[in-house]
Design a protein around this ligand. Structure first.
Ligand SMILES: N[C@@H](CCC(=O)N[C@@H](CS)C(=O)NCC(=O)O)C(=O)O
Length: 220
């Protein structure tokens, strides 16, 4: 059995959940993958057992039947994209794949990464993970906000960033916008196109929407 280690509220593991959901797949309903929830509040990602598996102490992690361990969200998503569902979200042809890659990396490095940096340098829970430098926080947020203008312009007249179908670039941009809320960056205050995009993605892929279903009450 494959094992997918995730924290459902954190952006990088959410990439995998949303990728599967965009293909109509419920991660908790897969025959060949066991989902293991890692609780950040209890620091489970730092536990000895988890660290032995993934010395980087991060999620997501996917382990395959032959023991192969993938400990990066891009690798996990590339694998899930190719193995599950009908249509790839990485692009339909060579050019689209390159465009998705380009948009995804800009969304990742300019927006998501800078916001994560700001979070890590400001949130008390992360103090044991990084030597916090409060001066990093404001410039990192400012850099992310500045990059939003690029995506606002890219979405002018378009529902999605590449072609007319949802791609992995949209997923990463949405996660950046959604994570911004933790830093008081309003995802709907940086242009009408981004606001429309965010609302549509949030409707389908919010943390609440993709939460693990409660076990059904039974009288037996
Ligand atoms: N390059 C890694 C980074 C993963 C990463 O930073 N994951 C965060 C959650 S979004 C994490 O596990 N953080 C652990 C912590 O903050 O202790 C990837 O994309 O998978």
């Amino acid at each position: 059995m494959k094992k997918l280690y995730i924290t459902r509220t954190a952006p990088n593991p959410r990439k995998a959940l949303i990728l599967l959901a965009s293909k109509g797949i419920d991660v908790d309903d897969m025959d060949d993958i066991d989902v293991i929830d890692i609780d950040f509040a209890a620091n489970e990602q730092m536990s000895e057992a988890f660290t032995q598996m993934n010395p980087m102490q991060t999620v997501p992690v996917l382990t395959l039947d032959d023991g192969t361990m993938l400990n990066d969200s891009q690798a996990v998503c590339e694998y899930l994209d190719r193995v599950y569902g009908e249509r790839s979200v990485m692009g339909n042809d060579v050019v689209q794949r390159a465009q998705v890659c380009s948009m995804r990396r800009i969304a990742e490095f300019e927006i998501l990464y800078n916001l994560m940096l700001a979070f890590q340098h400001s949130h008390p829970l992360k103090a044991q993970r990084v030597d916090q430098v409060p001066e990093f926080v404001a410039p990192s947020i400012a850099r992310a906000v500045k990059a939003l203008a690029y995506f606002e312009a890219s979405l002018e007249g378009h529902e999605y960033l590449v072609g007319d179908q949802l791609s992995f670039a949209d997923i990463v941009l949405y996660l950046g916008l959604d994570f911004g809320k933790a830093l008081k960056v309003d995802p709907k205050a940086h242009g009408a196109n981004l606001a429309r995009f965010y609302e549509k993605m949030h409707e389908r892929f919010s943390i609440k929407k993709l939460a693990k279903a409660e076990p059904k009450a039974t009288n037996e």
